[in-house]
Design a protein around this ligand. Structure first.
Ligand code: C2O
Length: 550
């Protein structure tokens, strides 16, 4: 591999969407920010310079960061944030990965405007396991807030209520023609007939899983979270925040006399408010070269795709069940068969008492929280990785995250009366190379809801999922240990459970959280410590000299 250099200047930039002009935090003045392009095996040196008043840190979502956890990026987990006027060089090598990933700010809600694609090409001379596309098109979904997302979340955390929702979804930054005052701000994909395009889809939205479809076109899914899958065709796909999906779009063999909308809107199962709106982009065929007279300029009919209903869990389930690893000789699925350690985590919402001097806007006058095994994670004020590496965990974290819920109950029956959570900065500690099985169960406290859980530092295999309460006597027999999909973010089904397996072969401290930003803010997060192995190449590398200080 080679070394590639990038520079990210974090600065304010005025942008206008939906007729609102505001100053946003951007990378190099752009939103979405710059595209990182590299090959498998390359080293990346990305210098991030902070020119704004807020602290910042950047996460390279889905990059495994083998032994290089110092470059992973979540603030107060693997590093202290980069302060105003300071810089930090993220230094990592891409090992054994190729496909679409993305990067985003990993502090507070700054990722609402600080995000962009990562494209990892296969090593030179290694083809894709599908026909070479004519063109590749990063397609990134985002959310636009007319007001400042930082103010929104700060206010919500103070009052204990739910934060305001966004005003629009975007495709490559553009809300599109279905919003007021946005007709000219539309993403357009111009295509030629009879060609295959590779769309690299990324869900960078803050708080919503999305359905996506292109009118009158079928998509072939070939990759999820930068791992090849067995190709399958679909009209519509589901993508949760944090996930990436590569699809092949085969254009019509001759010029159609129509243009086509591509649309995305949320899949929502929980209670509460959300942005129930639709982003649209346009798929437009280039004019045939022999057409030059004015009749070719007449307005073509516009076709619109039909998306599933907002809460169509049946569609969601059928879609995720189609995802299978390629699992062939060239790309084997290295699924852990023998498990060293089993964990059972409940994921869901909860509450905490209102502070005495306040009126709180959460359920029954409490404050909203979210928790894993009833523990709402408290962010430390020093970086966990530094505390772990230097052996100074005192007052920073405790290594006692419970391997099973504190209060067991029937997760799909009547929720318990007591919705209160506990608090703590509790971590799970794993010896090097532990093979882990983790069941994640949606709790249905304050309502069943799908939670896209993201694990840093690893890919995992999704070996099973189901509805109702997980049954340890019956469900494991149905696990797929042959070709389960391998990914870094998985939707825990609303009112159900998901089972994942992974090899803990990457020493460091690794964050895990719901990728719905509001749930992360409420505490649906935890961290794993993976200890060093015995061999020199099984140890976390020493910290870089410019690692930011708290
Ligand atoms: Cu995409 Cu911890 O994040």
């Amino acid at each position: 591999g080679i070394t590639r250099h990038y520079k990210f200047d974090i600065k304010l930039q005025n942008v206008t969407r939906l007729c609102h002009t505001k100053s946003i935090v951007s990378v190099n003045g752009k939103c979405p920010g710059p595209r990182i392009v590299a090959r498998e095996g390359d080293q990346l040196l990305i210098k991030v310079v902070n020119h704004i008043q807020n602290n910042i840190s950047i996460h390279w979502h889905g990059i495994r960061q083998l032994r290089s956890g110092w470059a992973d990026g979540p603030a107060y987990i693997t590093q202290c944030p980069i302060q105003t006027g300071q810089s930090y060089v993220y230094n990592f090598t891409i090992v054994g990965q190729r496909g679409t990933l993305w990067w985003h700010a990993h502090i507070s809600w700054l990722r609402s405007t600080v995000y962009g694609p990562i494209i990892i090409l296969p090593k030179r001379g290694i083809p894709y396991p599908f026909a070479k596309p004519y063109k590749e098109v990063p397609t990134i979904f985002g959310e636009w807030f007319n007001s400042d997302p930082e103010a929104i979340i700060n206010q919500a955390l103070q009052t204990g209520g739910g934060p305001n929702v966004s005003d629009a979804y975007t495709i490559n930054g553009h809300p599109g023609p279905l919003y007021n005052c946005s007709a000219k701000d539309t993403y357009k994909l111009k295509v030629k007939p009879g060609k295959t395009y590779l769309l690299r889809l990324i869900n960078a939205a803050l708080n919503d899983e999305l359905f996506f479809s292109i009118a009158n076109h079928t998509l072939t899914v070939v990759e999820a979270d930068a791992v090849y899958v067995k190709p399958f065709e679909t009209e519509t796909l589901l993508i949760t925040p944090g996930q990436t999906t590569n699809v092949l779009l085969k254009t019509k063999s001759s010029h159609p006399s129509a243009t086509f909308l591509m649309t995305a809107r949320p899949y929502v199962t929980g209670l509460g408010t959300f942005d129930n709106s639709t982003v649209a982009g346009v798929l437009e065929y280039e004019k045939p070269p022999n057409v030059y007279h004015s009749s070719s300029l007449k307005k073509l009919p516009l076709f619109k795709p039909i998306l599933p209903a907002l809460n169509d869990t049946t569609f969601a389930t059928n879609f995720v069940n189609k995802l299978r690893s390629l699992a062939n000789a060239q790309f084997p699925a290295n699924v852990p068969q023998n498990i060293d350690k089993r964990f059972f985590f409940t994921v869901g919402l909860g509450t905490k008492p209102c502070q005495s001097n306040q009126t709180c806007q959460g359920p029954n006058g409490t404050m909203f929280q979210a928790a894993v095994n009833n523990i709402s994670f408290v962010m430390p004020t020093k970086a966990l990785l530094q505390a772990h590496f230097s052996g100074q965990s005192n007052g920073v974290y405790t290594p006692d995250f419970p391997t099973a819920p504190l209060i067991p109950f029937n997760y799909t029956g009547t929720p318990p009366n007591n919705t209160m959570v506990s608090n703590g900065t509790k971590l799970v500690v794993l010896p090097f190379n532990t093979s882990v099985e983790l069941i994640m169960q949606d709790t249905s406290i304050l309502g069943a809801e799908s939670h896209p859980l993201h694990l840093h530092g690893f890919n995992f295999f999704v070996v099973g999922q189901g509805f109702g309460s997980f049954d340890p006597n019956k469900d494991p027999a149905k696990f797929n240990l042959v070709d389960p999909v391998e990914r870094n973010t998985v939707g825990v089904p609303s009112g159900g459970w998901v089972a994942i397996r992974f090899h803990a072969d990457n020493p460091g401290v690794w964050f895990m959280h719901c990728h719905l930003e509001v749930h992360t803010s409420w505490g649906l997060k935890l961290a794993w410590i993976v200890l060093d192995g015995k061999l020199p190449n099984q140890k976390l590398l020493p910290p870089p000299e410019d690692l930011p200080k708290c």
